[in-house]
Design a binder for this molecule. Structure first.
Ligand code: ADP
Ligand code: MG
Length: 250
């Protein structure tokens, strides 16, 4: 589904991503691991159109998507989750879900007035969809909670929920488990597996918790110093000498 070819992203003279090539197969939950500073988040940001690459190419379903802006990629079903933006913290969980871009019809005051009925119907539909998403994620009881009051793990579930409000094809999750307790991490893992099995989402997941990665991901891609070191099943990866050395070296 996604192919990254010889990708470079430099900051000044520093090579954060230094000739990385990798593939994410359709239908997979692919893990991306590596020591801090390996270039994982930078690679995500380039693939998701947040940062332009210094050089290299990115393909989605064999079509080149290098350098396309995030909204264009969003339109194609490529989503990267972000930490909750500040301005959304005071809105409720359900309102946050209903804020997904590209769904509302009303562009001008005039057309809004003309199409009031349609807009009301769309709003009702959005609300229904948001409630289904909350149900799926087992957080229906949080619908009216302010997003800013959620725990770290609940915020991660909300981020995942926002990808479910649109027809996502491939979702990039950066450190899904960071600061999340065991129980919620389990819930997040279950939601990822269900989205993969039931809705056909492809995932690429950056996470430091190796138990989480081993349980969820196949294959696992290991990055170090801006390059891909190894790709394989999680048990193979853990025995790979170059990988062990990269982790010990930091
Ligand atoms: P990872 O996610 O694997 O921990 P990052 O992609 O965040 O690694 O960072 C890779 C390297 O690039 C780090 O050394 C980081 O300091 C550097 N880096 C990331 N973003 C920037 C930036 N905007 N400006 C300068 N250096 C950056
Ligand atoms: Mg990172």
């Amino acid at each position: 589904m996604i192919r990254v070819e010889d990708l470079h992203r430099h900051f000044g003279g520093f090579r954060a991503v230094d000739g990385a090539s990798l593939s994410i197969e359709t239908g997979s939950i692919t893990g991306l691991i590596g020591p801090n500073g390996a270039g994982k988040s930078t690679l995500f940001n380039v693939v998701a159109g947040v940062l332009p690459p210094t050089s290299g190419r990115v393909f989605m379903d064999d079509e080149e998507i290098t350098g396309l802006p995030p909204h264009e990629l969003f339109h194609r079903g490529l989503l990267r989750t972000f930490q909750l933006a500040h301005e959304f913290a005071s809105m409720t969980v359900r309102e946050n879900l209903m804020m997904v871009p590209g769904q509302q019809t009303g562009e001008t005051i005039w057309s809004t007035w003309l199409r009031r009925g349609q807009i009301e119907r769309e709003e009702l539909e959005l609300r229904k969809k948001a409630d289904e998403v909350l149900e799926f994620l087992t957080i229906r009881h949080l619908a009216h909670e302010r997003a800013g009051n959620l725990s770290g793990g609940q915020k991660k579930l909300l981020e995942l929920g926002r990808t479910m409000m649109v027809d996502a094809k491939v979702v990039f999750l950066d450190e899904v488990g960071a600061g999340v307790n065991r129980t919620l991490l389990g819930t997040i893992g279950d939601a990822i597996v269900r989205l993969n099995k039931e809705r056909g989402y492809t995932f690429c997941v950056i996470e430091h918790d190796m138990d989480f990665i081993a349980k969820l991901c196949d294959p696992v891609i290991v990055m170090a110093e801006g390059k891909v070191l190894a790709t394989g099943a999680s048990d193979e990866i853990m025995q790979n000498e170059a990988v062990i050395e990269a982790y010990l070296g930091t």
